[in-house]
Design a protein around this ligand. Structure first.
Ligand code: PGA
Length: 239
């Protein structure tokens, strides 16, 4: 079965980057057996959408507001993202949770907004190093999972990304048993079978092992999604 590959560019990229990078990886995007969702920053959504034409790659965003429109200076709504051609939005990434104080209740209403706009929510959950070391990772992450999902969740409109905070951008990944244990816990906790992704220091060197783990339906990739050769290898990895 195909695996999801969600590319989170975070606040990186430029017009030059979009114009140089996408034509090089386009053949891999066209031929991959995986389902790729590319999530650039808001200003580059349109140029990435144009550059992806002819590929099965989906366009995604990294955040949205809870309301569909109104007096919220500087914000972007899910409705607008759908209007721009997005079919997915990353919600509740750990950087949003920690740097922008997003809590489970806010994340839940953003997920509702994404569903109301007819898109897929890619909902991130994950424990800090402190929580992992205190032995509370499973309990914390399954609680986050339950508290972040509104009743509108279906198997088609929601993807879960387990991203241990201590693995994001650090080059450190959990041992396979830790990923298996958490994905099994999320699978068991969920009433609906949702795609479960792993995220945190995914590279071309560990992609095959991660794909081979039970209940891992794909990956969320940050840093490696901005580098040509590693990202090509990730896209082309055997599902
Ligand atoms: P990373 O980021 O792949 O650079 O660790 C993952 C993420 O934050 O989504």
């Amino acid at each position: 079965m195909e695996k999801f590959i969600v590319a989170n560019w975070k606040m990186n990229g430029s017009n030059t980057f979009v114009n140089d990078f996408l034509p090089i990886i386009k053949p891999s995007l066209s031929s991959t057996l995986n389902k790729v969702i590319l999530c650039p920053p808001f200003p580059y959504l349109e140029s990435v959408r144009v550059a992806l034409a002819g590929t099965p790659t989906l366009l995604g965003a990294q955040n949205c507001h809870t309301a569909s429109h109104g007096a919220y200076t500087g914000e972007v709504s899910a409705t607008m993202l759908a209007d721009l051609g997005c079919s997915a939005v990353i919600i509740g990434h750990s950087e949003r949770r920690t740097l922008f104080a997003e809590d489970d209740a806010l994340i839940k209403s953003k997920v509702s907004a994404v569903h109301a706009a007819g898109m897929r929510a890619i909902v991130c959950v994950g424990e800090s190093l402190y929580v992992r070391e205190s032995g509370n990772a499973i309990e914390t992450v399954t609680r986050q999972f339950q508290a972040s999902l509104p009743p509108s969740v279906t198997a088609h409109n929601t993807i879960i990304a387990y991203e241990p905070v201590w693995a994001i951008g650090t080059g450190i990944t959990p041992i396979p048993e830790e990923i298996i244990e958490m994905h099994q816990a999320l699978y068991t906790t969920s009433k609906i079978v949702l795609p479960l992704l792993y995220g945190g220091s995914v590279t071309d060197l560990n992609i095959e092992e991660i794909f081979s783990l039970p209940h891992v339906d794909g990956v969320l990739v940050g840093g490696s999604s901005l580098k040509v050769a590693p990202f090509q290898k990730i896209i082309e990895a055997k599902p």
